[in-house]
Design a protein around this ligand. Sequence first.
Ligand SMILES: Nc1ncnc2c1ncn2[C@@H]1O[C@H](COP(=O)(O)OP(=O)(O)O)[C@@H](O)[C@H]1O
Ligand SMILES: [Mg+2]
Length: 499
Amino acid sequence: MKLKENLGKIKNISKDQFELLYEISKKLNAPELEENLIEETLDLVIQVVDAERGLFVKYNEDSNSFEIVAGRNIRKESIDDLSKFSSGILQRVVESQKPCLYHDVQTDPSLSQFDSIQIHKIKSVLGVPVLCDGKVWGVILVDSQINRKEFTEENLFFLDFVSNLVSLSLNKIQNFQALRTENILLRSQVERNVELSDIIGDSPTMKKVFNLVIKVAATDATVLILGESGTGKELIARAIHRLSLRKDRPYIAQFCGSIPDTLLESELFGYKKGAFTGATSDKKGLFEVANGGTFFLDEIADISPALQAKLLRVLQSKEIIRLGDTKPIQVDVRIIAATNKDLKQLVNENKFREDLFYRLNVFPIEIPPLRERRSDISLLVKYFIKKYSTKEIKLLPQTLKKLENFYWPGNVRQLENVIQRALILCDGDTITPEHIVIEDEENLLEFKGTLEDFEKTILLKRLKEFNGNRTLTAKSLGVSVRWIQLKLKELKTDDSINE
Ligand SMILES: Nc1ncnc2c1ncn2[C@@H]1O[C@H](COP(=O)(O)OP(=O)(O)O)[C@@H](O)[C@H]1O
Ligand SMILES: [Mg+2]
């Protein structure tokens, strides 16, 4: 019955309205939804029903209020003031969930004298609900002013048809947007898990490090990774690159410690033919090779003052000059630097440029030494066993205890070596404490000297392991820095081990 009735009404729709319905359905069905689709649809509707203005609002059920999605007048201008439309009609459409045709607005007793002049000039209004999931999503409304014609039932039916088309595509748009959001979320989660999957750690401090990595990866900020040797600085640098927008561009790592100055300089900055004997042709530096990508400068504290100045230029003006050349070349590289030294202390001692320090220290990430996150040890051990053995290898509780109690001056790298060695030593399927051979410990057990010599040996050895850093040495020995200073004075070896 309803269908028949509707079909009857459709027959009454004029040709131009029919054509418009066809136009709109094509627009709404396009695979790519255009940004100003709603505005364009409103313009067409205004034109066909000969209205003065058109409005498309979203209805908020909780606050029982409306928000303009699009508002247009006959001159195709946007209207963004809802008070210029009759809210009474909008409410009526929401309540009845049915199309509404309304004449003689100015005689409506519900209109107060304070309503805008615009409303008082309105002759007739058409409002239809836009439904989504069986609820009123919003309202399409058109109105006509006193000097124009009145709307007809046919116009109402036409507008209802338009609203049905919009409803259909609203579902499509909403589903699509929900899917897209979900997809982006899932993808970033998968990427994080994959990119961080080779960095083992469950301790609160490592979780903090992972969070910082994820946050900074999304930016182009310079990162300074701090931590003792073997804590995983390089691993973190690579993860930052892989999680960043530069992931498909080059990642280049350069070790800067104990490399002759000129060699390092020509590696990093390249050279011009004839810059020095042996420079038989122009050569690109690594900074140029890394263009668009990430550059990891490992052991940054060791670079010479001359190179520090050149590096500052890369960070400040993003340009390099090849050796023997004068022409600067623009490069776009994200810098990640790492050091196991106390850079601030080096700045205080005038061994490292302060301005370069601040340029590098934009986003510091400190990786704690392994002895400060012993809860990670069992995870790491399992990880390394899997990495280096195809067999199912068990670990005695005493073995794990021994590993967890050691102070690991060489951090994860040392633990990795110890496990590799244990796997070679162990013939069966269980690693016992005897398989855990830590060079340090062996030496100590074989020590033949006096207690004083013993103290001296340990102190000097530990100092060396920490690159002469007294704070770290003191921490690892469980003594104060003052104690170390006194001992060194006592032993009169202060000069020989000065950093
Ligand atoms: N959290 C970790 N999970 C797994 N392997 C690690 C971890 N930290 C360090 N390693 C391993 O230890 C070794 C040293 O790491 P590296 O990044 O070179 O340390 P650093 O640059 O701080 O000296 C590498 O073989 C690395 O794979
Ligand atoms: Mg390293």
